[in-house]
Design a protein around this ligand. Structure first.
Ligand code: TMP
Ligand code: MG
Length: 221
């Protein structure tokens, strides 16, 4: 059974770059790695509907915090079998965003903290009811929100297809999301967290993550 790792962080934090570097480090060590990014665009109708809503389609869907969270959660529910299968065939399954994204953004949209009702609603919905696998370690890529916002804006000017969505244009939402993420990590929400900054050495991080015993006790909320 492989290890399930998750990279979390606000929009523009650099999760994709970190994920690619971790994968090359592990592959250099001969490990078998699978990677999935959530939302699963072009593969999940729920993910596509969520993205379209955040770009102004589907009426008032994006205005509903809970409707958006349900779309993201249903995308993950449909991926449960795939994740389990990948875990049985690989040493590591690396996820770019997962349940904690839903917890952090939903709480931030509702102006709640990490110990509020939204985070618990997501935990119960996704882990208890949908049975999505619990990650072994959740990595928070914690970069200053101003830097992340610059990156998201730069992506938009470099590529017309990557216009910023409603969440990326909302600087205040990104700041609140960053604060909720910090609190989730500090509380080891659902499973152990590992906080890294933008200058993290991906080779060292890769080694640390796979050397960590997987059967250690989990911190529950
Ligand atoms: P993306 O930027 O990774 O493509 O994700 C789109 C937005 O959706 C991003 O601002 C984070 C947010 N999101 C949630 O609110 N809940 C989730 O479960 C996921 C995966 C993303
Ligand atoms: Mg984004």
């Amino acid at each position: 059974m492989g290890l399930l790792f998750v990279i979390e962080g606000v929009d523009g934090a650099g999760k994709n770059t970190l994920a690619r570097r971790l994968v090359s480090a592990w592959e250099c060590d001969g490990l078998h790695i699978a990677r999935i990014g959530f939302p699963r665009y072009d593969r999940s109708v729920h993910a596509d509907l969520a993205a379209e809503a955040l770009h102004g389609e589907h009426g008032d869907t994006a205005g509903s915090v809970h409707a958006m969270a349900l779309l993201f959660a249903l995308d993950r529910r449909d991926a449960v079998d795939e994740i389990r299968k990948l875990l049985s065939h690989n040493d590591v399954v690396l996820l770019d965003r997962y349940v904690a994204s839903n917890a952090a953004y939903t709480a931030a949209r509702l102006e709640q903290t990490a110990d509020g009702g939204a985070v618990e609603w997501i935990r119960a919905l996704e882990f208890d009811r949908f049975g999505v696998p619990i990650p072994d370690i959740q990595i928070l890529l914690d970069v200053p929100v101003a830097l992340a916002a610059e990156r998201a804006a730069a992506r938009e000017s470099a590529d017309a297809a990557r216009t910023r969505d409603a969440y990326e244009r909302d600087g205040s939402l990104q700041s609140r999301t960053s604060a909720v993420y910090g609190a989730l990590a500090a509380a080891n929400w659902v499973s152990p967290w590992h906080v890294v900054t933008a200058d993290v050495d991906p080779d060292r991080l890769a080694a640390e993550l796979t050397n960590q015993p997987s059967g250690e006790p989990r911190v529950t909320p």
